[in-house]
Ligand binder design. Structure first.
Ligand code: AMP
Length: 470
């Protein structure tokens, strides 16, 4: 099946083609026609299945008749609202919206906490057909009267299960009460816990259920390894495995913020190029760390489940569970960071004696035997330090080892987006300066650009356009 057969507007198809996608993923093939028909949809699909385009493409198609270039805010009321649980996911969905809407004069704004509210307010006041938001910050804007939701025709609840896990249920109900009753509602969730069903009964009209193969059952492209390791040896085993598998880049999961912080510190001391992201880090620091990781300059990213939720990192070959998650569903989300959209990946779990229970639950959930295997390679517990020359050499090597990303490297056009950034040396380090310079363009598909230079960046690099919260 190709995208052409789905009846999407030509300018949307053109943008999809630019992204290099010719065939819809299963959730796209099933959801797009139903959304186009106007029905409510409840879809069981996780990050990595292509779910973002599954709701974004038909949403844009339905808004296309409203596309206009008028400067009047009245001509750009909010017509579609997309709610996401985390700031990072909000930014990623916003990126997808702007990517697929690039040939249509529709406006989009990202609204999430931890960053300055003013540019968001300005963007909303100028008018924006599509708003991608986290619930708390959206309600702040409602309270500040910078957003009017009375003309919303389409609502998307992305990763609804996680929004409920994160305690957003009251916020969501409050937001739902502000929307017109006559609207189309699309709910995407990895699981359908009773609260989700209740939410759908209260707020949806005879939704069509769409369930695509769960990654845990179907994703054969992720190799899963379990090693039994005493907690005090885990760090040394991890350092050994990074070298043994020659991991160009890896996400390492911990259960707590404290452990994420400690492990990152220790790995840094061992000579690894490593940073942690978790809920106690400032939004600015999280965005910068993610940008460095996506750009390929950061080798090891240590993350907690909440911080890493929904992150779209393409072609990441390795994920390590330094600590097993208490909730087996989180295991599925964690390993979903690798083996995405058909690529292959390896997920390694270091299971301590007190974590065997979660390993059993995970086996049950994933329906896989997953034997505990010995740590591969010659492993000596005294060998911990990463030799600096090696780290230096490897930090320059991944580009050649990786799939090429830029046209100069021979990458597909689809992986590249052209964005304009102020000319700064060492973009990430200079981010705060750059941030101030981009305030005018926050959240809009049409940026107001100064005397900037055009640079080519990997499509997944978070643009440093968000002003830090004062
Ligand atoms: P998502 O589940 O929305 O987080 O998407 C997972 C990844 O799949 C993203 O990197 C998308 O860019 C990619 N993707 C989305 N649609 C397609 C498609 N039709 N073919 C191949 N990859 C896709």
């Amino acid at each position: 099946m190709s995208f052409d057969t789905l009846g999407l507007h030509a300018e949307i198809l053109r943008a999809v083609l630019d992204s290099g996608y010719t065939d819809p993923t299963p959730v796209q093939a099933r959801a797009i026609p139903v959304v186009l028909s106007g029905r409510d949809v409840m879809a069981g699909a996780q990050t990595g299945t292509g779910k973002t385009a599954a709701f974004t493409l038909p949403l844009l198609h339905k808004l296309q008749p409203y596309a206009n270039t008028s400067a009047s805010p009245a001509r750009h009321p909010v017509r579609a609202l997309i709610l996401t649980p985390t700031r990072e996911l909000c930014d990623q969905v916003f990126e997808s919206v702007t990517t697929y809407a690039k040939y249509l004069p529709l406006r989009a704004t990202a609204v999430f906490g931890g960053v300055d509210m003013k540019p968001q307010t300005e963007s909303l006041r100028r008018g924006s057909e599509i708003v991608v938001a986290t619930p708390g910050r959206l309600l702040d804007h409602v309270q500040g009267k910078s957003i009017d939701l009375s003309q919303v025709e389409m609502l998307v609840l992305d990763e609804a299960d996680r929004m409920l896990d994160m305690g957003f249920i009251l916020d969501i109900r409050r937001i739902l009460s502000l929307l017109p009753a006559r609207r189309q509602t699309l709910l995407f969730s990895a699981t359908f816990a009773p609260e989700i069903k209740k939410l759908s009964e209260d707020f949806m009209r005879q939704p069509e259920f769409i369930e695509v193969a769960r990654r845990n059952a179907a994703n054969e492209s992720v190799e899963q390894h379990l090693h039994a390791v005493e907690p005090e040896k885990k760090r040394r085993v991890l350092a050994h495995l990074i070298r043994h598998h020659n991991m160009g880049q890896v996400i390492v999961f911990t259960r707590t913020k404290l452990m994420a912080e400690r492990l990152a510190r220790e790995l840094k001391r061992d000579g690894f190029n490593c940073e942690a992201i978790h809920g106690d880090r400032t939004q600015q620091s999280r965005l910068e760390t993610m940008a460095a990781f996506k750009e390929g300059t950061l080798r090891v990213l240590v993350a907690t489940d909440v911080a890493a939720r929904g992150l779209d990192i393409s072609e990441l070959p390795f994920v390590v569970n330094f600590e097993m998650p208490t909730n087996p569903e989180d295991y599925v989300h964690r390993i979903g960071r690798t083996g995405r959209a058909g690529a292959s990946g390896i997920a390694i779990s270091l299971v301590g004696p007190d974590e065997e229970k979660s390993a059993v639950l995970i086996r049950k959930l994933t329906n896989k035997a997953m034997e505990v295997t010995p740590v591969p390679g010659q492993f000596s517990t005294s060998e911990t330090r990463e030799r600096p020359q090696r780290e230096y050499r490897e930090s320059r090597e991944p580009r050649a080892e990786r799939e090429p990303r830029t046209p100069r490297e021979g990458g597909r056009r689809s992986d590249i987006m052209q964005i304009e950034t102020p000319l700064v040396e060492g973009r990430n380090r200079e981010a705060p300066a750059a941030l101030g310079g981009r305030v005018g363009g926050v959240g809009h598909t049409h940026f107001h650009r100064g005397p900037n230079v055009v640079r080519e960046l990997p499509a997944l690099l978070l643009p440093p356009r968000y002003a830090v919260q004062k």
